[in-house]
Design a binder for this molecule. Structure first.
Ligand code: DGL
Length: 285
């Protein structure tokens, strides 16, 4: 149930990864209420076809519309990369903010050399949304995209730190940062040369693995987490459109499509505060 007053902000992810975005939203928008929907029954989205991801996203958008949300945050890179236009069309005139454009913007600001590595799910990489968004802002950029799907499972398993996480992070990034031929990288318009100076965490699960990624890329590479920039984009949109809530305490309604106990247990780490299983409402989409 949502309380009377300003309507909630709808936040959507394929599972619990978007809780890293919700964490940033709660910090930047302390007077807002949120309805967070994680489609845990159908995760991962990153290995599904574009058609399926669009269908799932529209069902999730409908469920959040039923809660009278005032805007929608697509806190999933895969959904943002594949389904943003379809979601915007479905919920118009509500504002819809994705995570890819803010992440690309932050990467272009962070990178000095313009050589940028994007780590994301298979679907996000194959659609090329990050490459396109980066090149629109910085046509001279060199973008290398890495489909690092296994990191999603690691984060979901709570194995985001330690030797296993570092070893998998090294599998994806080690050769690129050692200057050799990398594992599974789509180099796109990259022409080789020295290592990237910026790594974009192009999946909302990956901030959980930032320490393991840092251990592989070294201390000088910039690691860009789109959660912070996406939250800033939501904040400016709410103030621009007069939808911001001026006062009142924040609150979150958690909704999942499967596994309230698991959502609460693993999600607590992503959100940075305890979620009780009793707080998680289960729905079918
Ligand atoms: N959270 C999703 C994203 O940001 C990845 C998880 C999945 O594959 O569903 O892309």
């Amino acid at each position: 149930m949502t309380r009377a007053g300003s309507p909630p902000i709808g936040v959507f992810d394929s599972g619990i990864g978007g809780l890293t975005v919700l964490r940033a939203l709660l910090a930047q928008l302390p007077h807002e209420r949120f309805a967070y929907l994680g489609d845990t029954a159908r995760l991962p989205y990153g290995t599904k076809t574009g058609e399926t991801v669009v269908r799932y996203c529209l069902q999730a958008a409908d469920a959040l519309l039923d809660l009278d949300v005032k805007c929608l945050v697509v806190a999933c890179n895969t959904a943002s990369a594949v389904a943003l236009a379809a979601i915007r069309e479905r919920v118009a005139p509500l504002p819809v903010i994705g995570v890819v454009e803010p992440g690309a913007e932050a990467a272009c600001v962070a990178s000095r050399s313009g050589y940028i590595a994007v780590m994301a799910t298979e679907r996000t990489v194959s659609g090329g949304a990050y490459r396109q968004a980066i090149l629109e802002r910085r046509p001279d950029a060199r973008v290398v995209s890495l489909a690092a799907q296994l990191l999603v499972a690691l984060a979901e398993e709570g194995l985001a730190e330690g030797p296993i996480a570092e070893s998998i992070a090294r599998h994806y990034l080690g050769a690129l940062f050692a200057g050799g031929a990398e594992c599974g990288a789509d180099r796109g318009n990259d022409r080789g040369g020295s290592a990237p100076d910026t790594v974009v965490l192009g999946c909302t699960h990956f901030p959980m693995l930032a320490a393991a990624i840092r251990a592989v890329v070294g201390p000088h590479v910039r690691i860009v987490d789109s959660a912070e920039t996406a939250a800033a984009a939501v904040r400016s949109e709410l103030f621009r459109s007069g939808l911001a809530s001026p006062d009142g305490a924040s609150a979150v309604q958690f909704i999942a499509t499967d596994g309230a106990e698991r959502f609460a247990r693993v999600g607590s780490r992503f959100l940075g505060r305890a979620i009780r299983p009793g707080e998680v409402q289960l729905i079918d989409l």
